[in-house]
Write a protein that binds this ligand. Structure first.
Ligand code: SF4
Ligand code: SF4
Length: 376
């Protein structure tokens, strides 16, 4: 195994292949505080990519309710069970345990393979909260029971476990954008990728007998457009862009601003070692111990920064760009009361005001001889 640097673990780790970071790396930020589990993203993805034979229970994008939801069933609990202790040095934010590559003991990756029926209940646990809501409870601030929605896609990892495990070398990572793809003509259906991916985001098609996965909507990305799940998101919780290498963060890149600079958005289960590239703003109402297991040791800082985001115009400017352009925003600038997003060529894609304008119309409209009500 080669020694590679994993910035999310703050240390070197073992990986079957040499470090070969792509020229650009696709990345996403999902703000869990804004997701309403409408599943529009799920349906947009399903109708675009997985409506064929053998794909009936296949969801490249799914949204599950934590703590009890999971697709496939118990995907995260089962992976965690195979891994043993996963300690962090909280001061240096260094991972002290072993990754799925370092735990593998002879194989390239340590994993587990779900059964077919584990994919049959994608909304198991939906809207279930962490405990019993006592009879007579009423809202009086933060509830002592909680839940939140976790939207999930392939993370287009920098060190993909699916790629590492494939004996046919059918999985590859594109140099131009870091998207991880399966060459289905090479795949022989051994399902090693299904076993290896700790996020369970490769799927086996029982009809075609090959594995399939999220393709990052690369036909859109190649046109400078954000993927379907991002463009259709009702809650405007998502942004897709490109993340810079650690140490090369650009303050005018909204993804870098929120991940590398402000550290408000964190990777999911970084301890597995794949360096995933979907970054999550953690939910502000959930116990920190639970969130530390999901997002690593930066949760408290991330939540504190998020709660003060109105005082930080650079961070707020980046957040306001979410859902306000179908195109991929490469850079942005705060200009007075607006945040402005640009494409790779430096052309303006969107201008978003910090304060949404309010128009109060006169009650009496003499032109049309009618009365109007203003709703707050
Ligand atoms: S479309 Fe957006 S708000 Fe709706 S479930 Fe998906 S991520 Fe959440
Ligand atoms: S999330 Fe899974 S399928 Fe996607 S690149 Fe990472 S290891 Fe591969």
């Amino acid at each position: 195994m080669a020694q590679v640097k994993n910035w999310q673990l703050n240390r070197e780790m073992q990986y079957p292949y040499d470090d070969n970071r792509p020229k650009k790396q696709i990345a996403y930020i999902f703000d869990t505080n804004k997701c309403i589990a409408c599943q529009t993203c799920t349906v947009a993805c399903k109708t675009t990519w997985t409506s064929g034979k053998g794909q009936e229970t296949m969801f490249f994008n799914n949204v599950e309710t934590k703590p009890y939801g999971g697709y496939p069933l118990k995907w995260d609990v089962n992976t965690l069970k195979t891994m043993g202790d996963q300690p962090w040095d909280k001061t240096t934010k260094t991972f002290k345990g072993k990754t799925i590559f370092e735990e593998s003991g002879g194989d390239n990756v340590k994993g587990w393979r779900p059964e077919e029926r584990d994919y049959a209940f994608p909304n198991m646990g939906e809207d279930e909260c962490s405990g019993i809501v006592n009879k007579g409870s009423f809202f009086s601030g933060i509830h002592d029971v909680w839940m939140f929605y976790l939207a999930r896609i392939c993370n287009h990892c920098s060190y993909p476990a699916c790629l590492a495990a494939c004996p046919r070398k059918a999985i590859y990572k594109r140099q131009e954008d870091g998207i991880v793809l399966i060459d289905e003509s090479r795949c022989r259906g051994y399902r090693e990728c299904v076993k290896a991916c700790p996020y369970k985001k490769t799927f086996f098609n029982m009809v075609t007998r090959v594995s399939e996965k999220c393709i990052g909507c690369y036909p859109l990305v190649e046109q400078g457009e954000q993927p379907r799940c991002v463009q259709t998101c009702i809650g405007k919780i998502r942004m897709q862009g490109f993340i810079s290498k650690p140490g090369e963060a650009r303050a005018d890149n909204p993804i870098d601003q929120l991940v590398h600079i402000k550290k408000i958005a964190l990777p999911l289960y970084p301890q597995h070692g794949t360096e995933p590239n979907v970054y999550y703003v953690p939910p502000i109402h959930v116990p920190v111990d639970f969130l530390n297991q999901l997002f690593g040791p930066g949760v408290e800082n991330a939540i504190a920064a998020y709660k003060k985001v109105k005082e930080d115009k650079q961070a707020l400017g980046a957040f306001l760009l979410f859902g306000n352009s179908p195109k991929t925003i490469h850079s942005y600038k705060v200009e007075g009361d607006f945040t402005v997003g640009y494409n790779e060529q430096g052309e303006v894609l969107t201008r978003v005001p910090f304060t949404e304008p309010v128009f109060v119309r006169p009650y009496s409209d003499e032109k049309y001889g009618t009365f109007r009500h203003n709703t707050p």
